[in-house]
Design a protein around this ligand. Structure first.
Ligand code: NAP
Length: 252
């Protein structure tokens, strides 16, 4: 296994949070294919270690909701060229009147505060690279609301606002910022949302063709391949079968 903790030669370092599954894992693969030395962070270290072995990257335990974990993770890195804020997800699908506060806390801690924690910690290293890039995977839920989704849509809106504010604040610094807002992607997302209930998770993707993790990973790789003076601000991407969060080929 190579150790890309420090940039060597033309190697650029890319950090992917939540690289143990879905969009994060596909993104780690795509960036490694494009020549990046990828540092993969997630809580399920067995998974990131296996993937790191496959792509010649480096795996490390990372819990974005835990300040000490983020500190330890960041301390192993020197310069960082690309940060992909991907760790996140949804828990539950309940009306506000029945909101589970623990679910809400999980979503806000992971998507919002987690993104803030790792981004803040890596800003000096991204700036020091002379050509940094922050890609944040928010969601179409950062732009729209839907019934029973307020815990997730509010967290994704807040994550988007954090990212877009940083875009304003970093003007003049050598850091680009891209927000990618995907619609439906078939990953473990729904399994997590429905607490491991496979039937419920499968039903989400039945009767339409969702995107796959590689579809989003390709966009991250394309974004990273743009020259330093080109900033893709925001990319909204959905399956053809889905027009909005509330309207798809099944709802008519
Ligand atoms: P996924 O397959 O469930 O992957 C989620 C990833 O986040 C996992 O690798 C998980 O790793 C990581 N994660 C969760 N909590 C974490 C924590 N506290 N610290 C570090 N890593 C953590 O779902 P996905 O669809 O690929 O989701 C990736 C991102 O895309 C999320 O931000 C999600 O909100 C967003 N998104 C998904 C869709 C969709 O339809 N799938 C659409 C729009 C946006 P560990 O559990 O191993 O820590």
């Amino acid at each position: 296994m190579t150790n890309p903790g420090n940039a060597v030669g033309n190697n650029k370092i890319a950090v992917v949070t939540g690289a143990s599954s879905g969009i994060g894992a596909a993104t780690a693969r795509a960036l490694a294919r494009d020549g990046y030395s990828v540092v993969l962070g997630a809580r399920r270290t067995d998974r990131v270690e296996t993937l790191a072995e496959e792509i010649g990257g480096r795996a490390m335990y990372l819990d974005v909701t835990d300040a000490a974990s983020v500190e330890r993770f960041v301390a192993t890195l020197d310069t960082v060229h690309v940060l992909v804020n991907n760790a996140g997800g949804a828990k539950g699908l309940a009306p506000v009147s029945e909101a589970n506060l623990e679910d809400w806390r999980w979503m806000w801690e992971t998507n919002v505060v987690g993104t803030l924690r790792i981004t803040k910690a890596l800003l000096p290293k991204l700036e020091a690279s002379g050509d940094g890039l922050i890609v944040t995977i928010t969601s179409t839920a950062a732009l729209e609301v839907y019934d029973n989704g307020a815990g997730y849509t509010s967290a994704k809106h807040a994550q988007g606002v954090l990212h877009r504010t940083l875009r304003l604040e970093l003007i003049g610094k050598p850091i680009r910022l891209t927000e990618i807002c995907p619609g439906m992607v078939e990953t473990e997302f729904s399994l997590v949302r429905f607490n491991g209930d496979e039937a419920k998770a499968d039903a989400v993707y039945k009767g339409l063709q969702p995107m796959i993790a590689d579809d989003i990973a390709e966009l991250v790789a394309f974004t990273a391949s743009r020259p330093p003076h080109v900033n893709l601000d925001q990319i909204v991407v959905r399956p053809r079968d889905q027009a909005t969060s509330r309207r798809n080929i099944k709802t008519g």
